[in-house]
Design a protein around this ligand. Structure first.
Ligand SMILES: [Fe+2]
Ligand SMILES: [Fe+2]
Length: 166
């Protein structure tokens, strides 16, 4: 949990590499099926041609009921990117936290359960357990990097190789 929290937003490095902000941050949501009204600012989906396309705007859209989130293409963002960087190194509980931490329509609003399989439902609790440590929980005091560094370096070395592919 601590290591996952430490790395969870490193996918935002995409912004420094020139990706536009809209393609890096913000809530994520499934594409290729109906947009939930619980996604932030749902009215803006009116301008998306997929919302008027019968192939993509039904409840299941291009997916099969209960297909599992692994088969669902979510909107791109820093979550999916850091998931791919870490997928060979962290346990699946951590990988779910990375991959779905911005998928608020699912982990906070309970939408899209019809696309989930048993594994998704089991691991949802880890995504929800992580959320209180994410938004708006940062301390006002600057962390003491020198003091904290050995702890984090040891934790990183326990799970990650010396070099990772970005
Ligand atoms: Fe994030
Ligand atoms: Fe975050």
């Amino acid at each position: 949990m601590i290591l996952t929290g430490f790395v969870h937003d490193l996918g935002k490095i995409l912004c420094l590499w020139g990706e536009p902000q809209w393609a890096v941050v913000g809530d994520t949501f499934p594409t290729g099926c109906a947009y939930s009204e619980k996604i932030v600012f749902p009215k803006f989906f009116d301008a998306n041609p997929d919302s008027k396309d019968s192939r993509f705007n039904s409840r299941n859209g291009v997916y099969e009921e209960g297909c599992g989130l692994d088969k669902v293409m979510l909107s791109w963002g820093h979550d999916e990117y850091i998931y791919h960087v870490c997928k060979d190194y962290l346990p699946q509980e951590g990988l779910y936290m990375l991959r779905y931490h911005s998928f608020y329509p699912w982990h906070r609003e309970s939408e899209y359960d019809h696309l989930c399989d048993a594994r998704d439902r089991e691991l949802l609790k880890w995504v929800q357990a992580f959320n209180p440590y994410d938004l708006y929980t940062k301390s006002h005091e600057k962390p003491d990097v020198k003091k904290l560094r050995p702890f984090y370096e040891e934790l990183i070395a326990e799970y990650f190789p010396a070099k990772v592919r970005w």
